[in-house]
Write a protein that binds this ligand. Structure first.
Ligand SMILES: Nc1ncnc2c1ncn2[C@@H]1O[C@H](COP(=O)(O)OP(=O)(O)OP(=O)(O)O)[C@@H](O)[C@H]1O
Ligand SMILES: Nc1ncnc2c1ncn2[C@@H]1O[C@H](COP(=O)(O)OP(=O)(O)OP(=O)(O)O)[C@@H](O)[C@H]1O
Ligand SMILES: [Mg+2]
Ligand SMILES: [Mg+2]
Lengths: 264, 264
């Protein structure tokens, strides 16, 4: 069965996009078939995966508002085989207000994605993983992702403020589970921008592991400038600098995630 | 006249809160009277300024929804004299959806703040500066701030993705200027987390300075772990480690900002 993972955390800049695109690339390199859904109006995931996303390009905005079917909008990532992308454009910025007054405003992505997954399966092109990159908020775009997803992937930056936001996120997840999507569960928490030289990072990591136990991946993603340089070349770190610590840590995190599938 | 500065950028994690609280502390230390308005449901600015903000505490949520007057909600920062705070609580997370259907949904903060500034002036306790910390989105909370503010302070992280978001932000500001607040102008762009050792940071800084010229403060805020440790002690870096490069750079940035007042 296709794993549908929502990459979410309303705290800004914690590594949601970086984790979504690099994990996707790592999983695709191991032969899995991947779909990345970009739900952030900034379109950072589309940039990192070298997919056109200027204003007016067919995008997740058209899918959410029912203007275009999923199949017509999804494109292949030129940099990584087996990796497909539903791009996000700036048009999405207006979607939250537009969606508020529509019927079934919270479940539009769920319906569109379920239809697309079924169609792909029928064509013998089933996805192994779908990763949905969310904006830094708990508004209707993220709610749509949480309703459509089956599992959650929560990047947590090893910084103090990142801890504070976790309680708010888990409360929102509870209420999504109660009202929209009872199957939603936390698949993994990923520690990001871990700087082994600072007490702060070690302290935050200990606190998160102490609180969430095995839900936290053993692999922590190190702070690495190669990771933050890659998107300026329209690449993931996997292809930009394959031997770097950043790249290796995402490969390890991907195999930890894949190992969960076998256990389930 | 009181300067009302909106600290905004929809890109997450670029240093909005860090810049708002540390600039405010630096200006307060030089004898100015400051008000920090926390409009982010995460309440990070309230945390950094050691102000209670657990659920249900009187907050900016009550002011925006008209339940409580500004005067009854504002508290003094225990760590820094001359610095007052309108705290944010988790209750604010629901405000965006709640505000959508209210009358004058975009100008609620403007009306409440204008009233409070007039009352403070009448009491002989005029604020010199108001800094409004925004969440990482361009939703109704940020629109309320942009309608209430007179100037904009835009933190830009020296990373690639930060560049992409600027166009979207400037477009939103244009439309706010056209429909809600014609006086709104960009007072300053502040480069944050500048790591002199990386080509990426220098490249981004050059690009921003090339594009925005003198609007960019000469002082760039360096990446410094002391800055990110301070909030875990409920302090600004000004009091946590006064002699550190991070603290000194915020003092310099504050005096650059203050010098603009004299020119105006
Ligand atoms: N492990 C890392 N080491 C160094 N830099 C990183 C790392 N992970 C992410 N970054 C950089 O940190 C910044 C924030 O990361 P990213 O944009 O992925 O976070 P986000 O949570 O998606 O942000 P937003 O909340 O705006 O969507 C980016 O400039 C990115 O390149
Ligand atoms: N100059 C700096 N050096 C090192 N760390 C910094 C610096 N400025 C901010 N930080 C850290 O980077 C993280 C992001 O900063 P901050 O929370 O202020 O950004 P923000 O734009 O307010 O985020 P959000 O979009 O979630 O509101 C925080 O953990 C903060 O402590
Ligand atoms: Mg992102
Ligand atoms: Mg903030």
């Amino acid at each position: 069965r296709t794993r549908v993972l929502v990459v979410a955390n309303q705290k800004g800049g914690v590594g949601k996009t970086t984790t979504a695109v690099n994990l996707a690339a790592a999983l695709a390199q191991s032969g899995q078939r991947l779909l990345v859904v970009d739900l952030d109006p900034q379109g950072n995931a589309s940039t990192a995966l070298s997919v056109l996303h200027s204003e007016g390009t067919p995008s997740s905005y058209d899918v959410l508002t029912g203007r275009l079917p999923f199949d017509q909008v999804t494109v292949e990532c030129p940099d990584v085989p087996n990796l497909f992308v539903l791009p996000a454009t700036i048009d999405l910025a207006g979607a939250e207000v537009e969606l508020v007054s529509l019927v079934a405003r919270e479940t539009r992505l769920q319906k569109a994605l379920d239809g697309h997954l079924a169609a792909q399966e029928a064509r013998g092109q089933r996805y192994d993983y779908v990763l949905i990159d969310c904006p830094p908020s708990l508004g209707l775009l993220t709610v749509n992702a949480l309703a459509a997803g089956r599992e959650l992937l929560i990047p947590v930056q090893c910084e103090y403020y990142a801890l504070e936001g976790l309680t708010q996120l888990l409360r929102t997840i509870e209420s999504i589970r109660d009202h929209l999507n009872p199957q939603l569960r936390v698949a993994a928490i990923v520690l990001t921008m871990y700087d082994a030289r600072t007490r702060l990072a070690a302290g935050v990591a200990d606190e998160v592991r102490g609180h969430f136990g095995d839900a936290v991946l053993k692999t922590a993603i190190p702070r690495s400038v190669r990771i933050s340089e890659a998107p300026s070349y329209g690449q993931t770190v996997l292809t930009y600098d394959p031997g770097s610590p950043g790249s290796l840590s995402y490969l390890e995190a991907a195999s930890e995630l894949a190992a969960q599938t076998r256990e389930a």
